[in-house]
Design a protein around this ligand. Structure first.
Ligand code: NAP
Length: 248
C-alpha cells in the first residue's frame, strides 16, 4: 500500500501502460484521477478501480486540462503523484514526413506533456513525484522514427530541466522509457495498415534481446517504483524498461 492517502493524476490513463499504472496505484491505496480523450475507455477504467474519477482532456489543447486541474483542486486540494503518459506513435521515412504529421505528434508527445506538467505543478508540493513516459526510441537510430524520436528526446530533455528546477522544492522528476510493449498504440500508428503493423511488431521483437514484447504491467511497475517513496533519492533518471534493447 505504497500509495495509501495519495492523490495520483495519470494523464493518459485509460489504455495500455497508463491504465495498468492507474490500476496499480489504485490497488496500492491511491485516489486516482485519469485523463484521456476516449470517453468509453475512461468510463471502463474507473469502473474497475476502487477510488477513481476520469476527465476527458486532449493534451494537444493544453487549456483542456484547466478544468481537470480545477476539479482535482476542488476535490482533493493537491497532487502527490503526477504520471504524464499520453503519447501517440507515427512512423514515416524522412522523405514522407509532413509538417502536419510532425506537429500532430509533437503537439501531444512533447508540447502537450510539458504543459500537462506545468498546469499540475501548482498542486504538487514537497515530497511530490512526477513520472513521465519517454521511449527507448529517443536514443536509438530506428529508421522511420524521426518524428517520434525527436519528440521523446525532447521530452527527456524537458524532464531533466524540470528535475533541476524542482529539486530544491522537494519534487522528484523521472522518466520511464519503455521498449516495445503490447499496447493498442502500435495499432494506432498513423498511416499503417494491419499487415504493416504486424511486420513492424516482428521487427521490434527481433530487436529485443529478450525476444519478446513487454507487458504494460512490467512498465507500470517501474512507474510505481519511481513514483513511490522507495525512490526517494532518485531524480532526473531515465529508466529503460526494455528487455535489454538499449544497454545490451
Ligand atoms: N507501447 C510501446 O511499445 C511504447 C514504447 C515506448 C514508449 N511508449 C509510450 O508509452 C505511452 C503510453 O502508450 P501505450 O503504449 O500505453 O499506448 P496506448 O494504449 O495507445 O495509450 C496511450 C494513452 O495516451 C492517451 N493519449 C493519446 N493522445 C492523447 C491526447 N491527445 N490527449 C490525451 N491523452 C492522449 C490515450 O488516451 P486517448 O486515446 O483516450 O486519448 C492513452 O491513454 C506513450 O507515451 C507512448 O509513446 C509506448
Amino acid at each position: 500500500m505504497r500509495f495509501a492517502n495519495k492523490i495520483v493524476l495519470v494523464v493518459g490513463g485509460n489504455s495500455g501502460i497508463g491504465l495498468s499504472a492507474a490500476q496499480g496505484f489504485a490497488a496500492e491505496g491511491a485516489t486516482v484521477v485519469i485523463t484521456g480523450r476516449d470517453q468509453a475507455t475512461l468510463d471502463a477504467a474507473v469502473a474497475g478501480m476502487a477510488d477513481a474519477t476520469a476527465h476527458r482532456a486532449d493534451v494537444a489543447d493544453p487549456a483542456s486540462l484547466d478544468p481537470v486541474i480545477a476539479a482535482v483542486r476542488e476535490a482533493h486540494g493537491r497532487i502527490d503523484v503526477l504520471f504524464v503518459n499520453a503519447g501517440i506513435g507515427a512512423f514515416a521515412p524522412v522523405r514522407e514526413v509532413t509538417p502536419e504529421l510532425w506537429d500532430q505528434v509533437h503537439d501531444v508527445n512533447l508540447r502537450g506533456c510539458f504543459f500537462a506538467v506545468q498546469k499540475a505543478l501548482p498542486l504538487i508540493g514537497r515530497g511530490g513525484s512526477i513520472v513521465i513516459t519517454g521511449s527507448i526510441g529517443a536514443v536509438l537510430g530506428v529508421p522511420g522514427n524521426a518524428i517520434y524520436a525527436a519528440a521523446k528526446a525532447g521530452l527527456r530533455a524537458v524532464a531533466r530541466i524540470l528535475a533541476t528546477e524542482l529539486v530544491g522544492e522537494g519534487i522528484r522528476v523521472n522518466v520511464v522509457s519503455p521498449g516495445p510493449t503490447e499496447t493498442p498504440i502500435i495499432h494506432r500508428n498513423v498511416g499503417m495498415d494491419a499487415a504493416a503493423v504486424d511486420s513492424l511488431r516482428q521487427v521490434m521483437i527481433a530487436a529485443v534481446p529478450m525476444k519478446r514484447m513487454g507487458e504494460p504491467s512490467e512498465i507500470a511497475r517501474a512507474v510505481l517504483f519511481l513514483a513511490s517513496d522507495e525512490a526517494s533519492f532518485i531524480t532526473g533518471v531515465d529508466l529503460f524498461v526494455d528487455g535489454g534493447c538499449v544497454e545490451l
